[in-house]
Design a binder for this molecule. Structure first.
Ligand code: UDX
Ligand code: UDX
Length: 439
C-alpha cells in the first residue's frame, strides 16, 4: 500500500510520518522546495514533540520520502491524502479552498485507476462532493474513490493524538474508500480505536462541529471568568466543580486571553460563514467569533490602563506562541496584544522558547531575550501570555527584583496566591481575586 501525502504543514507532516510509523511506504509532497530540502536532510520543519525521532527513523528505514514532484508520486500511489492549507479567506471568513482545488487538479491528471483520494484538510461542507465531481469530470476514464478523513490533532501533542486518537472519522461514498481507510488505520483498528464510517458530508460537519464546540467551551469559561472578577469568585474553582459533571467534562475550561492558532479562529469563522450561506445561521458560533476577538483587545486594554496608572513605559511579554509546545504563532493573542501595547506608546520586550523565529518576522520593534529573567529586567509590567513549562516555576522574588515595577499579569492563571506572597508583586490574573501589593 503506497501513500502520497500532499502538503507537509502541521497536518501533512505529522500524518505522513505517522503513516510511515504504521509501516506504510509514504511519499510526502510539498510545493515549497525549501521545506522539502530541510525534510530530506532529516530536519523537522515544525516544532512538534516526538516528531523528529519518528521522522529520522522512518526516513532511515526507507519508508518515508520527501519530494516536490507530485506527478510521479501520485501516479504510483494507492491512497493520496490532501493536507494543504485551508486558510481563512479575507473578508467573509470562508475557508480559502484554492490550494485544495489546485492539488485536486494535479492529482486528477496523474492518478492511476482505483486511486483513493482523501481530503484530510479541514474543508467546508460539500467540498468533498465538489472535488469528487471535479476529478470525475477531468478523468471520466479513471475509476477512483473519494474519502473525507478530517484530523483532530492538537498542535504540541499531534503525534500522540495521531497514534492514540479518541476516534477516526472517515466519510466515504463507496466500499473501496472504506476498505482503504480500514487498511491505512489498521494499527489503530487493532487497538480498538473506534472508526466512524459515515457520509462525506457528515465527516465534514463533524470536524467543524467539534472545533466550533471546543472553541465555544473555551469562550464560555472566559466569560465566566469575567463574572468571577466582578462577583469575587474564582474561575478555576468554578471550572473544576462544573467539570466534575461528566456531561460537561473538565477539559477546555481554562480561562485565558482568548483562543488562537491555525484552527479555532479559522474554523469558527468558516463554520459561521457556512451557516449563513446555507441559511442555517450558527448564531452561537457567530458570537464566539465576536467575543473572542473582543477579549484579546480587552486584555491589552487592562495592561495599558495599569501602565498608564502606574507610569510604566516598558512591558515584558512571556510567551508568543498561541499555546505551549508549539512554534506556531498563527492568530496567537500576542499578535493582537503586543501591537496594541506598542500603539499605546509602550516598549515591549519578549521571550518565547520556540516561537521567536516566526514572531520576529511579524512583530517589529520588539526586543527579544534568551530567557524570561533577561526579558523582565527593567520592565514595569510582566505579561505572561503562553503557559510554557519554563514559566511555571519562575523565581518570582528574582522577577520582582529584576523588574523596575511590580505588576505581573498572568493571563493563563499559572500561579496562585501562595506563590505571590512575600514577592512584593502586584499579581493580576484571569477570573480570580487580585493578590499582593497594590501597584
Ligand atoms: C492547515 C489548517 O491549519 C488545517 O486546519 C487544515 O486541516 C489543513 O491545513 P496545516 O498543516 O497547518 O493545516 O497547513 P499549513 O501549515 O498551511 O501547511 C500546508 C502545506 O501545504 C504548506 O507547507 C504548503 O507549502 C503546502 N502546499 C500548499 C502544497 O504543497 N501545495 C499547495 O497547493 C498548497
Ligand atoms: C485544535 C483542536 O483541539 C484539534 O482537535 C483540532 O484538530 C485543531 O484545533 P489546536 O488549535 O492545536 O487544536 O490547539 P488547542 O489545544 O485546541 O487550543 C486552541 C486554543 O484554545 C489555544 O489558543 C489555547 O490556548 C486555547 N485554549 C484551549 C484555552 O484558552 N483554554 C483551554 O482550556 C483550551
Amino acid at each position: 500500500m503506497k501513500i502520497a501525502m500532499i502538503g507537509t504543514g502541521y497536518v501533512g507532516l505529522v500524518s505522513g510520518v505517522c503513516f510511515a510509523e504504521f509501516g506504510f511506504q509514504v511519499t510526502c509532497v510539498d510545493k515549497n522546495p525549501a521545506i522539502i530540502e530541510r525534510l530530506q536532510a532529516g530536519e523537522v520543519t515544525i516544532y512538534e514533540p516526538g516528531l523528529d525521532e519518528l521522522l529520522v527513523r522512518n526516513a532511515r528505514d526507507g519508508r518515508l520520502i520527501f519530494t516536490t514532484d507530485l506527478v510521479p508520486t501520485v501516479a504510483d500511489a494507492d491512497v493520496i491524502f490532501i493536507a494543504v492549507g485551508t486558510p481563512s479567506r479575507r473578508g467573509d471568513g470562508e475557508a480559502d479552498l484554492q490550494y485544495i482545488y489546485a492539488a485536486a487538479d494535479e492529482i486528477a491528471a496523474a492518478m492511476k485507476p482505483g486511486a483513493v483520494i482523501v481530503i484530510k484538510s479541514t474543508v467546508v461542507v460539500g467540498t468533498n462532493a465538489d472535488v469528487r465531481a471535479r476529478i470525475a469530470k477531468a478523468r471520466p476514464d479513471v475509476q477512483f474513490s473519494m474519502v473525507s478523513n478530517p484530523e483532530f490533532l492538537r498542535e504540541g501533542s499531534a503525534v500522540e493524538d495521531f497514534l492514540r486518537p479518541d476516534r477516526v472519522v472517515v466519510g466515504v461514498h463507496d466500499e473501496a474508500g472504506s476498505a482503504a481507510m480500514k487498511r491505512v488505520y489498521r494499527p489503530l483498528y487493532l487497538r480498538e480505536t473506534p472508526m466512524i464510517v459515515t457520509t462525506l458530508e457528515n465527516a465534514e460537519i463533524i470536524k467543524y462541529a467539534a472545533n466550533a464546540y471546543l472553541a465555544m467551551k473555551v469562550t464560555f469559561i472566559n466569560e465566566v471568568a469575567d463574572l468571577c472578577e466582578k462577583a469575587g469568585g474564582n474561575v478555576q474553582d468554578v471550572a473544576r466543580a462544573i467539570g466534575m459533571d461528566n456531561r460537561i467534562g473538565s477539559k477546555f475550561l481554562h480561562a485565558g486571553p482568548g483562543f488562537g492558532g491555525s484552527c479555532f479562529p479559522k474554523d469558527t469563522r468558516a463554520y459561521a460563514a457556512t451557516g449563513r450561506k446555507l441559511e442555517a445561521p450558527q448564531t452561537l458560533i457567530e458570537q464566539v467569533v465576536t467575543v473572542n476577538e473582543l477579549r484579546k483587545h480587552s486584555m491589552a486594554q487592562r495592561v495599558i490602563e495599569a501602565a498608564q496608572k502606574s507610569g510604566v513605559t516598558t512591558v515584558a511579554v512571556l510567551g508568543i506562541a498561541f499555546k505551549p509546545n508549539t512554534d506556531d504563532i498563527r492568530e496567537s493573542p500576542a499578535l493582537d496584544i503586543i501591537p496594541a501595547l506598542q500603539k499605546a506608546g509602550l516598549t515591549v520586550r519578549a521571550h518565547d522558547p520556540e516561537a521567536r523565529g516566526a514572531a520576529e518576522q511579524v512583530l517589529p520593534e520588539v526586543t527579544w531575550y534568551k530567557s524570561a529573567y533577561e526579558a523582565v529586567e527593567g520592565a514595569g509590567i510582566t505579561l505572561l501570555l503562553t503557559e510554557w513549562n519554563v514559566y511555571r516555576a519562575l523565581d518570582l522574588k528574582r522577577v520582582a527584583t529584576l523588574m523596575s515595577g511590580n505588576i505581573l499579569f498572568d493571563l493563563r492563571n499559572v500561579y496562585s496566591g501562595t506563590d505571590i506572597e512575600g514577592t512584593g508583586l502586584d499579581y493580576r490574573s484571569v477570573g480570580r481575586p487580585l493578590v499582593g501589593k497594590r501597584g
